[in-house]
Design a protein around this ligand. Structure first.
Ligand code: NDP
Length: 334
C-alpha cells in the first residue's frame, strides 16, 4: 500500500515537508472484514483544521498518522457475507490506497444513477452541507437575495442553484474570469463577482441593490467584511466555513466584534454555525431524494477537478486553500 501521513504540523500555509509518503505490504482482511482499494480520494478544506494541534469540532490528526479523508473504494476481497468483491463503497480511511476495515465503517455508494464520484461532491458530504444549511438556516424565498463565495466549489455551487430554484436571486463570488463565466453561464446565477478584481464592497453593493437576505458563509475575511453592511433586516447567515482564515497564524483585520453584534441586533440578523453531520439524521434522505434526480436530469450542475495519483494530493490540497481548484477536488488513486 501507499499512504500519506502528517509528518509535521504546518505553520501557516502547509509545505511539502508537512506530508510524508509511506509504503508497505497490502493488509489481509481478518474474518468479517473487507479489503478496500481506493479509486478516488476527496480533498476537503476541513483537512487543514485537522493538521493543527488544537481540537475544533473533531480531534486533530496526530503527527505520524495517516491524513484523514473520505474515499470511494472497490472491495478487493470480502470476508463478510453482506458484501461482494467488486462492490463500490465509501469509507473514511484517509489518504491511502488500501485498508482492511469492518463493514460497519463503510456504506455502499448511492448516487441515484449518477457517476460514483458525485458521492464525494454534489451528492455527498459537500452537497449535503449546502442543502441542509439552506434548508434549516438559510431558508431563502422568492425575490430574496442570496450571496455565496467559493461559488464554483461543491458547497457554493449547490447553494446558489438551490436559491435559484426557489426564485431567489443568486450572487456568486469566486476568483478569476473563468470561474465567474462558469457561475453565470453554467450555474446560471444572476451575478458573478471576481473577489480579486477591484473593490469587493462596491461590486457587491452594485450586485445587491435590495441588500442581502441570506449570506451563506464559506470564507470569512474580506468577503464577510463586504457583506456585513448589506445585510437586511431578518437576514440569515449560515456559517459553514471560514476558509480565508484556515492558514492564518493570527486574526485578520476586519469589523470588530462589537460592530458585528450591533448589526446583528439592529437588523435582527440570525447567525448560526453548523456542521453538516448534525442535520444528517433528519435531512439526508430528503437530500438524496430531491437532489439526486436533479443532477441526473442536468437541472443541477456540478464540476469536478480530478488530479492523478495519491502523490499529487498534498500539492492539490494546498492549491485548494488558495483557490487553484475549479470544482470538487478529487484524487484518482492508482
Ligand atoms: P471549494 O471546492 O469551494 O474550495 C475552497 C474554495 O475557497 C477555493 O476554491 C477558493 O475559491 C475559496 N477560497 C480560498 N481562499 C479564499 C479566501 N481567502 N477568500 C475567499 N475565498 C477563498 O470547497 P468546498 O465547497 O468543499 O467548501 C467550501 C466551504 O465550506 C469551506 O469553507 C469548507 O470548510 C466549508 N465546509 C463546511 C462544512 C460544514 O459541515 N460546516 C462541510 C463542508 C465544507 P475561489 O478562489 O474561487 O474564491
Amino acid at each position: 500500500y501507499r499512504q500519506i501521513v502528517l509528518a509535521s504540523r504546518p505553520k501557516g500555509v502547509p509545505v511539502p515537508n508537512n506530508f510524508r509518503l509511506e509504503t508497505g505490504a497490502v493488509p489481509s482482511p481478518a474474518e468479517g472484514q473487507l479489503l478496500l482499494r481506493t479509486q478516488y480520494l476527496s480533498l476537503d478544506p476541513y483537512m487543514r483544521g485537522r493538521m493543527n494541534a488544537a481540537e475544533s469540532y473533531a480531534a486533530p490528526v496526530e503527527v505520524g498518522e495517516v491524513m484523514e479523508g473520505e474515499v470511494i473504494a472497490e472491495i478487493l476481497a470480502s470476508r463478510h457475507p453482506h458484501y461482494r468483491q467488486g462492490e463500490l463503497v465509501q469509507a473514511k480511511i484517509g489518504w491511502r490506497t488500501h485498508a482492511a476495515v469492518a463493514p460497519e465503517t463503510v456504506r455502499r455508494v448511492e448516487t441515484r444513477g449518477n457517476a460514483p464520484t458525485t458521492a464525494l461532491g454534489v451528492l455527498g458530504m459537500p452537497g449535503f452541507t449546502a442543502f441542509s444549511g439552506m434548508r434549516v438556516i438559510g431558508r431563502p424565498s422568492t425575490g430574496e437575495t442570496v450571496v455565496v463565495a467559493a461559488a464554483t466549489g461543491p458547497v457554493g455551487s449547490l447553494v446558489g442553484q438551490l436559491a435559484k430554484r426557489v426564485g431567489a436571486r443568486a450572487i456568486g463570488i469566486a476568483s478569476g474570469a473563468a470561474k465567474c463565466a462558469y457561475i453565470r453561464d453554467q450555474l446560471r446565477f444572476d451575478v458573478a463577482i471576481d473577489r480579486n478584481s477591484g473593490r469587493l464592497s462596491d461590486a457587491l453593493a452594485w450586485a445587491c441593490p435590495d441588500g442581502i437576505d441570506v449570506y451563506f458563509e464559506n470564507v470569512g475575511g474580506p468577503v464577510w467584511d463586504a457583506v456585513l453592511p448589506l445585510l437586511n433586516r431578518y437576514a440569515r447567515v449560515p456559517v459553514c466555513g471560514l476558509i480565508a482564515h484556515y492558514n492564518a497564524a493570527q486574526s485578520p483585520p476586519g469589523p470588530t466584534s462589537a460592530e458585528v453584534m450591533q448589526t446583528v441586533l439592529r437588523r435582527s440578523v440570525l447567525i448560526r454555525g453548523f456542521i453538516n453531520a448534525e442535520f444528517a439524521t433528519e435531512h439526508y434522505d430528503a437530500f438524496l431524494e430531491e437532489v439526486g434526480p436533479l443532477v441526473k436530469s442536468g437541472d443541477i450542475r456540478y464540476r469536478e477537478e480530478i488530479v492523478d495519483g495519491l502523490e499529487a494530493a498534498p500539492n492539490a490540497f494546498v492549491g485548494m486553500l488558495a483557490g487553484r481548484n475549479f470544482g470538487k477536488l478529487l484524487v484518482r488513486v492508482h
